[in-house]
Design a binder for this molecule. Structure first.
Ligand SMILES: Nc1ncnc2c1ncn2[C@@H]1O[C@H](COP(=O)(O)OP(=O)(O)OP(=O)(O)O)[C@@H](O)[C@H]1O
Ligand SMILES: [Ca+2]
Length: 844
């Protein structure tokens, strides 16, 4: 470690003394916290160095600070000096964030607490045991009533029930614990914060008061705080917190409050954290939440309940019949003992004799009921699902809803994303065009064009470039597309991000979303005062808004028929080569007062082509799906030619396949419902789709009787995910909102894992079917033996205790054995099992 220079040490010491002196003066704290005049507060705050956490001028329990966000206290917000004032009071800085060294973090945690909430106390093992025992109380009672062979009948029965209850308690307890682990795994999301000027990802639980958090579409707000940046729009969805169904506009003056748990629907910005953990409404709510039962009924479970109840009816009928036959045989004297004498002496009819006979007959009939209770069935289902869930996590599929495990098994169509799911999402700029030329580096283009391109890439972005010092390579963060563009600008155009940021002021931002497929900024050059609008986005869409283009020599030319066609050809050629194509355009703007960024009559600056290679494992995975009778459909936001090229590369369409349809989102949108229904099956690729097109496709496929799985990553995928039979979200690139709408989180974002989940789904169904077969064999034989024997001889060869051992112990062990069968290759060689196919099939 480097020793601090003496001068710095002195300065630090002086600061500490000054702070102590300030705090020791009576009344100073109130003056800082509740400044009566704006200017006074400003001075007090100015004394502190940004990011120096020697002291905070507010404390966690200060009245004016405490409910700031929770109670949306506008007057406190004003008194504390707005976002910048609060940042300073919390020893933070709107641009550079907190200092973020271990000392600083410790002090913040000590003063304001961490961003966690107490977990509700888990149910103990004994309460699970009691729950399981309770279900079998009936059997135990019967056991105590039956004394065929003395006391050991009762003890035997009790022992059996206890053993089985223990097994199911252990399994339920383990299941809930595993769900907890998975839940904390899926809750532990990464949040982008700025600490000491550097963007970094930290766990949501490590957010501290004073942190500056970067928020983008699809994020969920990790703690309470106030909105900092002023030139963008931020729209949030508070429905999960307040029930307010309409999007709410956040702005830095009138409504700066962001409560933990709300979702960002649109926009981009920074927020300053003012309260964490249980000081927020969200933390309070989470802490008070009672554990939700992990044992939710799944569709299969419900069907099994149907099976159980029909078995119940059969066994009651059999028992009644047996009772009637036994009574008849007994009282007519045809039931004989071992010596061949009738058991019932018709000569001496006493009340006692009749009563005891009836009781013993009733006991035998009850035995039949007992034996036919499918004890092991619920246990088999729980065990199978638990086992599948555990193994699926190992194979990168995190199950959030148990039912998804099963439903995955009957999936007949998968609508998948392109970027990240079929491709690696590691983008890189491989082509660069200015006009119809491909310049070799920045030297081959006019300086003015390079400057504009740098502005377009470096300021119209949600990514960031951080240069720790002059020697090391810059750290580039952001979405894969943004990262690729920034890296290219730094490496090929020689962009200096810091200088760029200093030279211009951002006036207005329009963040990228999948509906618009472009992003824009309006900036003002600090030196010349010129105001420029920059747009970047889907190439053919941006080109359509351009009326001019620049040449490599910087001359602006009219974009006329011939030229436009040439440029369109440039885009198409890149797209056919499976590149994602992005265009940059700009426009000189008069005046700064517009609320919207001008987007017509633009001047085209250039195109870049981004290469995003196919994942190597995808081709085999798609082949496996086709073989298993599952149709794969790609729904992409990208250009139709790029989408087709990628689909070709990974085998969704082949060159000799003429039945598959490749369609653009707007064409599909324009069709009537009937037409959509007609082609839904044949669609292989839908390009340039809006999120609602994806939803429409899912609905049509469902109407055609498909069981549809949807993968998605964006906020706008949420509607389609919610409508799907099984929703899968991306663990790495997926937004919070997508993850929350999903049943399964794909931890490695790969399509391969979707196939794995399908395989496991089929395996679950298969295992349960095997178990039913096993149980029916055992139970039906026992039932038949006893019933036939009762009718013919009036006695039952198998006693209650024996039957219970067969029923309970064998079933439990059978469940254990069959539940842990792993998927076989053959599972994926047959068509999917429909969701309505009978559980007990004819061959069974
Ligand atoms: N950060 C960005 N800034 C500007 N334009 C972008 C950005 N990211 C993507 N685009 C453009 O928007 C288009 C599609 O975006 P969209 O979000 O709908 O699809 P995606 O989910 O990224 O990709 P895919 O549909 O291939 O999985 C891209 O083809 C690209 O031209
Ligand atoms: Ca997408």
């Amino acid at each position: 470690m480097e020793r601090p220079a003496p001068a710095r040490q002195w300065r630090k010491a002086l600061n500490v003394i000054r702070t102590c002196y300030r705090l020791a003066r009576p009344g100073v704290l109130t003056a800082t916290v509740l400044p009566r005049r704006r200017s006074a507060s400003y001075v007090a705050i100015k004394i502190q160095h940004a990011g120096d956490s020697a002291s905070f001028s507010v404390a966690a329990d200060d009245e004016s600070f405490k409910g700031l966000v929770k109670e949306k206290r506008h007057n406190s917000f004003g008194r504390l000096g707005g976002g910048a004032g609060i940042a300073a009071a919390l020893a933070s800085d709107a641009e550079r964030g907190i200092r973020g060294d271990s000392d600083d973090l410790r002090r913040r945690r000590e003063s304001f607490g961490g961003n966690t909430y107490p977990k509700p106390k888990p149910k103990s093992f004994f309460s699970y045991l009691w729950d399981a025992l309770k279900d079998d109380l009936f059997i135990v009672l019967v056991g105590f009533a039956i004394k065929e062979h003395g006391w050991y009948d009762s003890v035997g029965i009790f022992l059996v029930v206890f053993l089985v209850a223990t097994v199911s308690a252990v399994s339920n307890h383990g299941q809930v614990k595993r769900f907890d682990e998975l839940a904390s795994k899926s809750n532990n999301t990464a949040v982008t914060v700025v600490r000491a000027g550097r963007r970094q990802e930290v766990s949501r639980f490590d957010i501290l008061v004073g942190d500056v958090v970067i928020l983008k579409i699809g994020d969920s707000v990790p703690a309470d705080g106030v909105f900092l940046e002023g030139h963008g729009r931020l729209q949030v969805d508070e429905s999960s917190m307040t029930g307010e169904p309409h999007p709410i506009e956040i702005d830095p003056e009138n409504n700066p409050f962001l409560t933990a748990g709300v979702k960002i629907i649109d926009g981009y910005g920074r927020m300053l954290v003012t309260a964490v953990g249980t000081d927020t409404l969200w933390g309070e709510m989470m802490g008070n939440l009672t554990k939700e039962d992990a044992d939710e009924p799944t569709p299969l479970r419900e069907r099994l309940d149907g099976l159980t109840s029909s078995m119940g009816k059969i066994r009651v009928a059999v028992a009644v019949l047996a009772f009637a036959v036994l009574t008849a045989r007994h009282f007519t004297g045809s039931t004989k003992d071992d010596q061949g004498k009738p058991l019932f002496n018709k000569g001496h009819v006493t009340f006692d004799a009749v009563f005891s006979s009836l009781v013993s007959i009733l006991q035998q009939a009850v035995t039949i009921i007992v034996v036919a209770i499918p004890e092991g069935l619920p246990l088999a289902v729980t065990l199978t699902l638990a086992f599948a869930m555990k193994r699926m996590v190992k194979e990168n599929a995190l199950v959030r809803h148990l039912s998804a495990c099963e439903t995955m098994g009957s999936v007949t169509a998968i609508c998948t994303d392109k970027t990240g799911t079929l491709t690696l999402n590691q983008m890189e700029v491989t082509e660069f065009w200015v006009g119809t030329d491909q310049p070799r580096g920045a030297m081959a283009i006019a300086g003015s064009v390079v400057t504009l391109l740098c502005q377009g890439a470096g300021l119209n972005t949600t990514g960031s470039v951080f240069k720790p010092d002059n020697v090391s390579a810059p750290e580039i963060t952001g979405s894969p597309t943004e990262k690729a563009l920034l890296s290219w600008a730094v490496a090929d155009l020689g962009m200096d991000a810091d200088a760029l940021q200093r030279s211009c002021k951002v006036l207005h931002v329009e963040a990228f979303n999948s509906d618009k497929k472009r992003s824009g900024v309006m900036i003002k050059d600090n030196a010349t005062g010129a105001v420029v609008a920059h747009w970047k986005g889907a190439a053919e869409m941006v080109l359509a808004n351009c009326s001019m283009y620049v040449d490599t020599d910087g001359a602006e030319r009219q974009l006329e028929g011939e030229q436009r066609r040439n440029l369109e050809k440039v885009i198409d050629d890149m797209a056919v080569g499976s590149l994602r194509c992005i265009a940059f355009a700009y426009k000189q703007v008069n005046g700064t007062h517009q609320s919207k960024i001008d987007d017509d009559g633009l001047t085209l600056l250039g195109f870049v082509g981004l290469k995003d290679p196919c994942r190597p494992e995808v081709k085999a995975a798609i082949e496996a799906c086709t073989k298993a009778g599952v149709a794969v459909k790609m729904v992409a936001g990208d250009n139709i030619l790029t989408a087709r090229a990628i689909a070709m590369e990974c085998g969704i369409i082949s060159s000799n396949d003429h039945s598959g349809i490749v369609i653009e989102g707007h064409e599909f949108r324009a069709m009537s419902t009937e037409q959509q229904l007609e082609i839904a099956d044949k669609i292989r690729v839908m390009a340039r789709s809006l999120p609602l097109d994806k939803l429409a496709l899912v609905q049509r496929l469902k109407q055609k009787g498909h069981v549809v799985a949807v993968t998605g990553d964006g906020t706008n995928d949420a509607p389609a995910l919610k409508k799907a039979n099984v929703a899968l979200s991306m663990g790495v690139q997926g937004s919070e909102v997508a993850k929350e709408s999903s049943d399964i989180i794909i931890l490695n974002d790969s399509f391969d894992t979707v196939v794995t989940a399908t395989r496991w789904g089929r395996c679950v169904y298969n295992n349960i079917q095997k178990f039913i077969q096993f149980q029916l064999t055992v139970n039906v034989s026992a039932l038949v033996i006893n019933f036939v024997s009762a009718i013919t001889t009036g006695k039952m060869p198998l006693t209650t205790v024996q039957l219970l051992w067969v029923n309970l112990i064998m079933d439990t062990m059978g469940a254990l054995a069959l539940a842990t069968d792993t998927p076989t290759k053959a599972l994926m060689d047959r068509p999917p099992i429909g969701r309505t196919a009978p559980l007990v099939s004819n061959p069974m």
